[in-house]
Design a protein around this ligand. Structure first.
Ligand code: ADP
Ligand code: MG
Length: 241
């Protein structure tokens, strides 16, 4: 469904992504793991059409142009950005309404918002609250709900567990497992390798803008390169809170 070949992204003279190849098939949860600065965010932003790139990104066999975020969203690629990207000064409901602006079936889309309130009752209870007043976990749910409302065929999640308390982080991982069961295609960027490899089908390990290892998630979980990069046997090896 998604095919990336020889992806390169430059920030001025800095080559942040150095020739990445990756594939995401329909219905797969594919993880992109790697330490801070490895190039994970840059890669998903390029796929979402938010940044210029060199190389090939194709979706259902069609090439995606750089900087074509709006077109990509309409084609079914939705990004939940690192840091969530919700609008804090707007209400929960208005944030969700932003998720449906690209849909032609507005009546059905409004019903989908009601369904999101059932799926995430806390959002239903706080629909008129300003989004900035939600907890970090609630904001992450809001960001994911908003992305789902665009009815994506591929969901790109950039570090959805970042900065969340362990219980809420577990909830986010179980939500990803649910989405997988529902048949959603997901490209999941994470630093929490151990939990990520439990919910993913396949994974790519990034280091300084390159894929240094890839394969079935279950195999990578036992791989020494991955353990050396992250798992290390102690939680201290995992950066972030
Ligand atoms: N806007 C930017 N300008 C310059 N360099 C950047 C910018 N964003 C990221 N980088 C650099 O690109 C590299 C990859 O960053 P990023 O994709 O954010 O990594 P990750 O998401 O894996 O932490 C890092 O070395 C980072 O410092
Ligand atoms: Mg990042």
């Amino acid at each position: 469904m998604l095919k990336v070949r020889g992806l390169e992204v430059f920030y001025g003279p800095i080559r942040a992504v150095r020739g990445i190849d990756l594939d995401v098939a329909q219905g797969e949860v594919v993880a992109l793991i790697g330490a801070n600065g490895a190039g994970k965010t840059t890669t998903v932003r390029a796929i979402a059409g938010l940044t210029p790139f060199r190389g090939e990104v194709s979706y259902d066999g069609r090439a995606l142009a750089p900087n074509s975020a709006e077109r990509n969203l309409r084609a079914g690629i939705a990004l939940v950005p690192e840091g969530r990207g919700i609008l804090g000064s707007m209400s929960v409901e208005d944030n969700l309404l932003m998720g449906i602006y690209c849909r032609r079936d507005q009546a059905d889309a409004l019903k989908d918002i009601e369904r999101m309130y059932e799926r995430f009752p806390i959002l239903g209870q706080r629909r008129t609250s300003m989004a900035s007043l939600l907890s970090g976990g609630e904001q992450q749910m809001l960001a994911i709900a908003r992305a789902l409302l665009s009815r994506p065929r591929v969901l790109l999640l950039d570090e959805p567990s970042l900065g969340l308390a362990p219980k809420i982080s577990d909830f986010v991982f179980s939500l990803i497992a649910d989405l997988r069961k529902e048949g959603m295609t997901v490209l999941l960027v994470e630093q929490k390798a151990r939990q990520t490899l439990k919910v993913a089908d396949r994974a790519y390990l990034l280091e300084t803008g390159r894929v240094i290892k890839s394969g079935a998630a279950a195999e990578l979980a036992g791989d020494s390169t991955v353990s050396a990069a992250f798992l290390g046997g102690t939680s201290a090896a995992q950066p972030g809170p």
